[in-house]
Design a protein around this ligand. Structure first.
Ligand code: C5P
Length: 238
C-alpha cells in the first residue's frame, strides 16, 4: 500500500455486468463508487445542450473540465445525478446518451480533462472504479484489477432487459434487440480501436467471461480475489 486509499478497478465493455458487480462490491466493503461512464455521458449531454458538435474537441474538453455535477444518494440508496442544477439520472442512461458518450470519449483532450476528477474519487476507506480504462490509465497502481467480458449477443440481451425494466427506451417503444446489437458493435469498435485509452485489459488484470454466469457467480468470483486483501462475505442471492 502506498498511503493512498485502496482501489479495485472493474473494466470491460457495455452490458457486461460491471455496474451490478461494482454496486455489490461497494456495498460489501463500504467503499465509494466511481461510475466513470457517467462522466462521459454527462459531458456529451452538456455539450449537446449547448448545441456543440460532439467532435469539437477543444470545446467539448472545456465542457468536461467545467462540468457542474453533483452525485447525491437519495432515499433507499438511489443515486441522483444533477447537472447544472437539473436531475439527469434518467436522461444519461438512455442509449443515445451512451452513444454520444462514446463519441466524446474518443477525444484525448476530453479524457485528459476528466482524469483528475476521476482520481479525486480515491478516498478512504477505498474505491470501486467502474469503466473502460480504470486499470490501464486512471488507476494503474490499483490493488486489484478485474476485467469482465461477454459475447456481444448476450450483452445486447442484458442491455435490452435493463432498458425495458427501466423503460428508458426512447419514444417509449422498445428498442429492438437487433438494433441494440448493432449499436453495441459500433460502440465496441469505437472503444477498442480509439488511440486514447482504448478498451483493453491491464496486463495484471484478472479476466472473467461472464456470458454463461449469473450475477451471483460473477460477484463470488470477484469476492474470491478481493478476499485475499479485504474481508467480504459470501454473495447472498436476493
Ligand atoms: O459505461 P458506460 O456505458 O456508461 O460508458 C459510456 C461510454 O463512455 C462508453 O461507451 C465509453 O466510450 C466511454 N467510457 C470510456 N472510459 C470510461 C468509461 C466510459 O471511454 N472509463
Amino acid at each position: 500500500m502506498n498511503g493512498m486509499a485502496p482501489v479495485i478497478t472493474v473494466d470491460g465493455p457495455g452490458g457486461v455486468g460491471k455496474g451490478t458487480l461494482c454496486q455489490w462490491l461497494a456495498t460489501q466493503l463500504g467503499w465509494r463508487l466511481l461510475d466513470s461512464g457517467a462522466l462521459y455521458r454527462l459531458t456529451a449531454l452538456a455539450a449537446q445542450r449547448r448545441n456543440l458538435p460532439l467532435d469539437d474537441e477543444p470545446q467539448v474538453a472545456t465542457i468536461a473540465a467545467g462540468l457542474d455535477v453533483e452525485f447525491t444518494a437519495g432515499e433507499s440508496g438511489i443515486l441522483h445525478i444533477i447537472l447544472d442544477g437539473e436531475e439527469v439520472s434518467t436522461a444519461i442512461r438512455r442509449e443515445t446518451a451512451g452513444n454520444a458518450a462514446s463519441q466524446v470519449a474518443a477525444l484525448p483532450q476530453v479524457r485528459a480533462a476528466l482524469l483528475q476528477r476521476q482520481r479525486d474519487f480515491r478516498q478512504f476507506p477505498g474505491l470501486i472504479a467502474d469503466g473502460r480504462d480504470m486499470g490501464t490509465v486512471v488507476f494503474p497502481d490499483a490493488e486489484l484489477k478485474l476485467f469482465l467480458t461477454a459475447d456481444p449477443g448476450e450483452r445486447a440481451r442484458r442491455r435490452h432487459n435493463q432498458l425495458s425494466e427501466k423503460n428508458l427506451s426512447e419514444n417509449k417503444m422498445n428498442v429492438s434487440l437487433a438494433a441494440l446489437e448493432r449499436e453495441i458493435a459500433v460502440r465496441d469498435a469505437r472503444d477498442i480501436h480509439r488511440t486514447a485509452a482504448p478498451l483493453t485489459p491491464a496486463a495484471d488484470a484478472k479476466i472473467l467471461d461472464t456470458t454463461h454466469l449469473s450475477i451471483a457467480q460473477v460477484c463470488e468470483w470477484a469476492a474470491q480475489h478481493a478476499r485475499l486483501q479485504w474481508p467480504i462475505p459470501t454473495h447472498q442471492q436476493d
